[in-house]
Design a protein around this ligand. Structure first.
Ligand code: ATP
Length: 184
């Protein structure tokens, strides 16, 4: 399955609409510390239905919404990144992310050669999911991906901290990871 693109708007440090096109051959995203690389990974887990603020490195689910930056964000406790387009931006009330998967080989059980899965969240905590712009339930997203191994509980997405946990785990814990990945 080929992941074609990721589109973000109001998600974490991506206040403006940002589209990442993963042309064939793109295998890595680089950038200085704190530039938002992990936020990109968080966006994938989030679109796939993550309900855990901890796995998204936040205190509450609505922490994924752009919280403002620079002068305009003073007092909200999250004005980490400086300069650039984010300086002095007020907080937003909505976060959204979309992933587009190439389905020309029919890996997903849906009659489209391209499938876009989206999630949006409002500051009130209200959240919605879409498949090719049609509103749906999280269950529909999960069912669509169920045979692919891609999903919020699988190990297709391994974060920085998670890798460290695996490497430092006791043999019993490591066994649990392997069993989970193997679907036992
Ligand atoms: P590292 O190399 O340290 O892992 P990184 O490039 O992966 O860094 P991230 O951790 O993805 O960077 O991004 C952190 C940046 O995102 C920080 O500047 C933080 O202030 C900003 N950030 C996170 N959540 C929000 C939010 N809701 N609103 C605005 N900015 C946010």
């Amino acid at each position: 399955m080929f992941l074609k693109s990721l589109s973000l708007r109001g998600f974490k440090s991506f206040a403006d609409r940002t589209v990442l096109e993963f042309e064939p051959g793109v295998t890595v995203i680089v950038g200085p510390n704190g530039s938002g690389k992990s936020n990109i990974v968080d966006a994938f887990t989030w679109v796939l239905g993550s309900h855990s603020p901890k796995s998204l490195r936040g205190g509450s689910m609505s922490d994924v919404i752009f919280a403002g930056s620079g002068i305009a964000a003073e007092g909200n406790g999250r004005n980490g990144a400086e300069g650039g387009q984010r300086s002095g931006r007020p907080a937003l009330g909505r976060a959204s992310a979309e992933i587009t998967i190439d389905n020309s080989r029919g890996a997903l059980p849906i009659e489209f050669t391209e499938v876009t899965i989206g999630r949006a969240m409002f500051a009130t905590g209200e959240t919605s999911y879409t498949i090719n712009d049609v509103e749906c339930r999280l269950l529909d997203v999960q069912e669509l991906l169920s045979d692919t191994g891609l999903g919020r509980e699988s190990h297709t997405i391994v974060g920085q901290g998670q890798l460290e946990t695996v490497l430092n785990a006791r043999p019993e814990d490591r066994r649990a990871f392997i069993e989970e990945a193997a679907g036992i």
